[in-house]
Ligand binder design. Structure first.
Ligand SMILES: [Zn+2]
Length: 75
């Protein structure tokens, strides 16, 4: 008998958000430029760029440090 099925947490979970409606950039530089532009317009917003595992384009995501901390699970 084989017991090979055990649940493992996959990293993909992190990127499994749908990217529809998000801006897509074909390069990191392009995404970073756009993020910089947005940050100039709105000083309270910090944006981070990342390459998407789903569409392999670059997206930007909001890095709201104050809210970020609240959403982090405390252990
Ligand atoms: Zn994507």
């Amino acid at each position: 008998m084989t017991k090979s099925r055990r649940p493992t947490a996959h990293k993909e979970y992190f990127y499994s958000l749908p990217c529809e409606g998000k801006n897509q950039y074909s390069s990191e530089k392009e995404a970073q430029d756009a993020a910089d532009y947005h940050m100039l317009e709105n000083m309270n917003v910090e944006l981070e760029v990342y390459q998407c595992n789903i569409c392999s384009y670059w997206h930007m995501t909001r890095k709201d440090t104050s809210q970020w901390r609240k959403e982090m699970p405390k252990q």
